[in-house]
Design a protein around this ligand. Sequence first.
Ligand SMILES: [Zn+2]
Length: 250
Amino acid sequence: MNKFLACGVLFMIAILGWLFWPTNAVPILAYHQVGEVDEEIYSVTASQFEEQMKYLKENGYHAISLEDLFNSYTGKTVLPEKPIVITFDDGYADNYLTALPIMEQYGMSATVFVVPSLIGTTDYLSWQQVVYMQERHTEIGSHTMSHVGMNEINAAEQRREAAESKVALERNIGTPIQFFAYPYGQFSPGAQQIVKETGYRGACSGLAGLNDAKTDSYALKRINMPQPKYGLWEFRLRLFRAHLYSKLGL
Ligand SMILES: [Zn+2]
C-alpha cells in the first residue's frame, strides 16, 4: 500500500514539475487602452499598467517585436531570455501619451495595431504620434481599415480591409507593415488566407495561449489583458494560465 502511495506521490510531483517547467513558447499580451477610463473593461489604469511592466522587468522578461519572434524561427534573430510581446489593439492616443513612457521606464516596447480610418479622431493616435511611436521602437501593425469583424464581411471586403490598411500605413509611416490583428479576434480559414496573400507575415487572434514555431502564423495566440479585478495576482495568473494552455497543447 505504501509503495502505491509513494508511486502516486512521485507521479504527482513529476506531473507538477512538468507543468511548472518553463517553456520556450512566447506570450503575446493584448491591451487596448491605458488610462483612467471608468468601468471600461478593455482599459487598465496607468498604475496597474506600471505595476505589470515593473513585474515583467523584475522577473526577467524582455519585450520583443513580432518581427523578432518570426525572425527567430528562421535563425535570423536570437531571442533574449524570457521573451514577451506586448501588443495594443485599436491605436488609442493613450498608448503614446501614457503607456509608452511607462514601458520606456522599464525597458519595454510594444506592437500597436492601428485602424487607419480612426487615426486622428477623438481619443485615437494622430499620424504624427504613430510616427513618434515607431521612432521610439514601437512596431506598427494593421487592425483593418475600419475595425470591422472579418466574419461579418465577404471575401472581397476582407481583402480590401487587409490591403488598404497596409497601404495606408506604409504610405504614412514609410516602413513595411508585416503583422495584422483581427478585430474582435474573429477569423476564418478564408480570412487567414486573404491576410497571408495580402503580404502579412502573421496575424494575432483572440485565441488564448503561447506561441512557438509550430503555432499557426495567421492565428497567433494572445493573453487578453482587461481591467484586472484582483491586481497583480490576476496578471500573474493570466500569464500562468497561458503557460498551462501551451503545456497541455490547448
Ligand atoms: Zn479592436
